[in-house]
Design a protein around this ligand. Structure first.
Ligand code: RB5
Length: 147
């Protein structure tokens, strides 16, 4: 189950990704926003990330103007590893090496064709574990110590 959210700057990109989910029978929950009226991106990043850490959703997609604001907020939530993706190599490797559970994309940066391709690349990639697991454990230890 995918959690998806956006602010006004990522609203059209979120809708394009939802169309892609529907066509491919990918289950999702839409956490808003639901119009292009100006909102605050951290509120929507938190809705998506909290659904993931509570176990209601497996992973998430966040869209704003650049993807960056969403990623800054998302990475402050314990248990979330979020990355802004703009190319297929990064999209694939951020799952394989970082085991990211959220990707962030910018509607003012990339088009909907690339965004759906980046989503597929990330969603279908598999975490490699091994030495990468050790590195993620260092992040988790830091999170535990600094709650
Ligand atoms: C909203 O204007 C814009 O700042 C937001 O969508 C995002 O790009 C922030 O990182």
């Amino acid at each position: 189950m995918i959690a998806i959210g956006c602010d006004h700057g990522g609203y059209n990109l979120k809708n394009a990704l939802i169309e892609h989910f529907k066509k491919n029978n990918i289950e999702y929950i839409d956490f808003g926003c639901f119009s292009q009226e100006s909102v605050d991106y951290p509120d929507y990043a938190l809705k998506v990330c909290e659904a993931i850490v509570k176990g209601e959703c497996d992973c998430g997609v966040l869209c704003c103007g650049t993807g960056i604001g969403m990623s800054i907020m998302a990475n402050k939530v314990k248990g979330i590893r979020a990355a802004v993706v703009e190319n297929t190599f990064s999209a694939r490797y951020t799952k394989m090496h970082n085991n990211t559970n959220v990707i962030c994309m910018g509607e003012r940066v990339i088009g909907s064709g690339l965004a759906t391709m980046l989503f597929d690349e990330w969603y279908n990639a598999k975490f490699e574990g091994g030495r990468h697991e050790n590195r993620i454990n260092i992040i988790k230890e830091y999170e535990e110590k600094n709650r």
